[in-house]
Ligand binder design. Structure first.
Ligand code: SAH
Length: 210
């Protein structure tokens, strides 16, 4: 996709999204306006790069729909300088959106599939994003980099892995799809005694955490 065409398509995607959803977080909207989604989408999907739907990225995985990335990111309530853990790097798109908000060196993203992790790391570097990408099982979190202010899962575990809240500060926020056949988007905040205050945010459909 040519840069001018991409800029026009992206602007239209964002204005449609603002009209159709109740997402008002300007940092999130600005991030979607900035990150070149077409650079995260395979050649065969270029014409759909700015459609508001999930797209295949190989290995039976998908890049989430922009409205879902926006919604999950808004629920994280991020400030510049926050340290964020992402489980499921995939294409690296959501990691780039997070990096636009929290800044360089503050996004730690784990991807289980080596080929996706390598491609995402190269792509993010080429686009100028300083995101740390590691190939590993995200269920263990990233203990060496803890504590985090927030964590987002872009693949669905049957239940929330206990290592994730353990690596968050008190007041830290987790946003995750949880469940198997029926998944719910949850937002959980770590209380001072280490337990979680949970809210449900409706039914969602994500690839399973493996
Ligand atoms: N955030 C991504 C979308 C990722 S799709 C984007 O913006 O493109 C979910 C990803 O989670 C897939 O790439 C899948 O390989 C990965 N995944 C599944 N189980 C995992 C696990 N246990 N640890 C880390 N990543 C996992």
């Amino acid at each position: 996709m040519k840069d001018v065409d991409a800029d026009t398509a992206r602007e239209r995607m964002v204005s449609d999204l603002v009209d159709r959803t109740n997402i008002t977080d300007t940092a999130v909207i600005d991030a979607l306006r900035t990150v070149p989604r077409h650079a995260f989408v395979p050649e065969a999907q270029q014409s759909a790069a700015y459609a508001d739907r999930p797209l295949p990225i190989g290995e039976h995985q998908t890049i989430s729909a922009p409205h879902m990335v926006a919604r999950m990111t808004a629920l994280l309530d991020l400030d510049a300088g926050d340290r964020v853990l992402e489980i499921g790097t995939g294409s690296g798109y959501h990691a780039a959106v997070l990096a636009e908000i929290v800044g360089d060196g503050n996004v730690y993203s784990i991807e289980r599939r080596p080929s996706l992790a390598h491609a995402a790391r190269d792509r993010l570097t080429r686009l100028g994003y300083d995101v740390l990408v590691r190939t590993d099982d995200g269920r263990n979190g990233w203990p060496d980099a803890a504590p985090f202010d927030a964590a987002v899962l872009t693949c669905a575990p049957p239940t929330l892995p206990s290592a994730i809240p353990a690596q968050l500060d008190v007041g830290g926020v987790i946003v995750a799809p949880v469940g198997q056949a029926d998944q719910t988007l949850i937002r959980a905040v770590v209380r001072s005694d280490g337990t979680l205050e949970r809210e449900s945010h409706g039914a969602v459909q994500f690839v399973p955490l493996r």
